[in-house]
Design a binder for this molecule. Sequence first.
Ligand code: AMP
Ligand code: ZN
Length: 495
Amino acid sequence: MVEKLRIYNSLTKKKEVFEPLEPPFVGMYVCGPTVYSDVHLGNMRTFMSFDVVYRYLQYLGYKVRYVRNITDVGHLENDEDEGEDKISKKARLEHLEPMEIVQKYTNGFHDLTKIFNMLSPDIEPSATGHIVEQIEMTQALLNKGLAYETNGSVYFDVAKYNKDHNYGKLSGRNIEDMMESGRALTSQDEKHNNIDFALWKSASPEHIMRWNSPWGVGFPGWHLECSVMGTKYLGKTFDIHGGGLDLQFPHHECEIAQSVGTYGNDPVRYWMHTNMLTMNGQKMSKSLGNSFLPSELFTGNHPLLDEPYSPMTAKFFMLQSHYSSTLDFSNEALKASRKGYKKMINGLRLVKQMEFVEDGTERGEAVVGQIEKIIKACHSSMNDDFNTALTIGQLFNLLKKINSLHTGQLGFSAIGKEVFEKMKSTYIDFVENILALKEENPSDYKEMVEAMVAIYKEAKFRKDFERVDKIRAGLKANGIIVKDMKSGIEWAYEE
Ligand code: AMP
Ligand code: ZN
């Protein structure tokens, strides 16, 4: 028996057996991008991690409703309650409609998710599409006495909430410490306390994105959208909520406070946080200026890049670490990932072509036991909090057995049809459907390689070795290795 799926819950700080509220249904909400500029590679690491979570839950037979929002209003500069709205500012600077900015970067994000072979969420709601609901939640919190209005803005009263609840339980922060270390308030401040946060902000005359509300013209605070959209599409309590670790505080802490304040119950059962992609140990971030765009990676057009790296190489690099560990970007690591990725894809090409043939070899219980153990380990690695790093290691172990079958070191009859088919489907499922790595070369490229290999075979048959060498060298220059196997001539990607 393979153990059940266990998830590290950032709320309880424990790995817990995953038990959805209403199996087989699973509700999963992931904070989406703020679409005021291109998403960088760090952002993609987070979204890719949740793509694997989504895929694996489906593989386990759950019916997942995956909601990932688009933040198109309310995210102010520096994640604070002061400063300009990121989208509004960009629209003003570029003389564009805010929705043109939103559309442009949403399209760019969607293109990237396709390039990285990620699935679309089931619902992708936007903050501006839920202004009415955000006004309603703000009103509900005012009615409960957990919010107050100042000059047309509404703030959440953290100290009052904390009398009956625990503000800081997700991030492990203490309210007194936060109050002390925060900025001292002046008489001009609208907040009662420096830890209070905006539910609704009054819009200054030059602020372009604005809506009518009971408190005047304004726009919603950033944290509110996720509480509202999570509740609307997944219910007052749902199973999984994810995002990057940098969103844990204040964003997710505020989400909990808003929902508990409004409905009296915790909104989320399992909080999941991905760790940061770093550059020389520092978080990759737009504001720190150390971020890469995926497009820069694919073209190699960046001073810190030795050469271009393909989307699947980058994906393999990300999946080779567990989502909860930091991952440091380096050219060396990416080069190693390219080798790893190619090895995995060569395995995929190979195993897809392999068919079971009775070859009369004697059944080997020991090797059958080893293969079954590896298959089990592929599952238990994923069940251990979606540990893609361990899973990749196990898939390479499985690949060793696949290669032994291919070279004839291991006989098909020695493992039997049933084990062979299980081994084949496990490898294909895990690589293609769970990790979602795919062969990158378009099929016409493969056809060209096949044609070259056919000419190679023919030249070899005619003993035209000059030609043979020329073709071999030409293919090698394009990353293709020709192999003379006992069973015939084959090609593979150079690892
Ligand atoms: P944003 O568009 O800034 O709201 O970020 C979108 C997502 O990317 C959020 O879940 C962030 O936590 C996540 N994120 C931001 N920087 C990084 C990074 N360097 N590594 C991994 N995830 C990140
Ligand atoms: Zn959010």
